[in-house]
Design a protein around this ligand. Structure first.
Ligand SMILES: Nc1nc2c(ncn2[C@@H]2O[C@H](COP(=O)(O)OP(=O)(O)OP(=O)(O)O)[C@@H](O)[C@H]2O)c(=O)[nH]1
Ligand SMILES: [Mg+2]
Length: 334
């Protein structure tokens, strides 16, 4: 994972380094002629010789050289644009040591990338929701939603497995009454991980299934309901209305968006539209084990402003890892 994106940054920096080499010993005359692109306090004396002022052009050149690779690595175009703009605002006119432009830009990019992520302990977030519900004498309700095939059902099984290991008692709600075999799929997971599944017939009202699961959990002393929902395109008005009803009727404690990390440029639109429709509290990015790219994680964080809680790292029940923004950024920048 990330190797491609990391290479792209390296390439960009290499180009910059070469360019800087050409102008590494400018005459005093050319230095004084250079017009600062923004009003910043003038450096004087030795500092003026040993440092240079970053121009808008420096930052544009850096981004021009990496943009295509960023996009090919699944970073959405508008996210790349955002990073460029954000870095310009922060860096233009700043003085950097000569020959150290690449380090300065990389370091700044690291800061920009980290700023796109809201750090949150995912297990704590789940357990806080359960604790809060318990204090109110009811089970917590956590709804998983997202595009077709993004990994919702698998993620529910993993989260149930995780919570069981932590001593919680999850119930699974078969809220996908739409896709053929969706109920049986959840039942198979339930059997394997030892969790109860509450279901209705296919075609039944998804909101009602989840409502019943909460009622069941409350009466039997289970402390959390993990609700599956049908996969849907954000452009499908009927299914998006159904999702709004699920949320209106059940008022979930957490709404978790599940996104396939292989989703390309569409990840931003997908995340944004689900977020607008029902509001989300966090994101799980799946299939990072079969994804060399990783850029969509950045796009989704940017589009939603919500924490990336977990990443799916394989096919097993334990293949769910808390997302670590620092690790992600470090891997990205090498
Ligand atoms: N390699 C890998 N495969 C995954 C991961 N997460 C899910 N999958 C696979 O992706 C496929 C779809 O997963 P589901 O959990 O059925 O996805 P879904 O969102 O519930 O799908 P629908 O209900 O059809 O919308 C399955 O074959 C999963 O095994 C992951 O982290 N890594
Ligand atoms: Mg499913």
């Amino acid at each position: 994972m990330f190797s491609k994106l990391r290479d792209s940054f390296r390439k960009g920096m290499e180009k910059l380094r070469k360019k800087e080499g050409e102008t590494s010993s400018p005459s005093q005359e050319s230095l004084s002629k250079r017009k600062p692109s923004r009003e910043k306090p003038e450096a004087s004396g030795l500092r003026r010789i040993t440092t240079k002022q970053l121009s808008e052009k420096d930052i544009d050149e850096f981004f021009d050289s990496i943009e295509l690779d960023l996009i090919q690595a699944d970073v959405a175009l508008e996210v790349a644009d955002f990073l460029r703009k954000e870095m310009k605002e922060r860096l233009e006119g700043e003085r950097v040591r000569r020959g150290k432009t690449d380090e300065a830009l990389t370091e700044s990019l690291r800061e920009s990338l980290l700023m796109a992520f809201r750090k949150e302990d995912p297990i704590r977030k789940l357990e806080d929701a359960i604790k809060k519900a318990r204090l109110e004498g009811r089970p917590a309700c956590i709804v998983f939603l997202g595009f077709n095939g993004s990994g919702k059902t698998t993620t529910i099984a993993r989260v149930a497995h995780l919570l069981s290991k932590k001593g919680h008692r999850p119930v699974l709600a078969a809220g996908d009454t739409f896709r053929a075999a969706a109920i049986e799929q959840l039942e198979v997971h339930g059997e394997r991980i030892g969790a109860r599944v509450i279901k209705h017939q296919y075609g039944a009202d998804s909101a009602a299934v989840i409502f019943d699961a909460v009622k069941f959990a409350r009466s039997k002393g289970f402390d959390v309901v993990l609700a599956d929902t049908a996969g849907r395109a954000h452009t499908d008005r009927n299914l998006m209305d159904e999702l709004r009803k699920v949320v209106r009727v059940n008022n979930p404690d957490l709404k978790i968006l599940v996104v396939d990390s292989l989703t390309g440029n569409d990840a931003v639109e997908q995340a944004r539209r689900f977020s607008e429709a029902v509001g989300i509290d966090g994101v799980v990015m799946t299939k990072t084990d079969v994804n060399e790219k990783g850029g969509s994680i950045l796009s989704v964080a940017y589009a939603t402003g919500k924490p990336i809680l977990f990443i799916g790292t394989g096919q097993g029940y334990d293949d769910l890892r808390p997302f670590d923004p620092e690790e992600f950024v470090n891997q990205l920048l090498g």
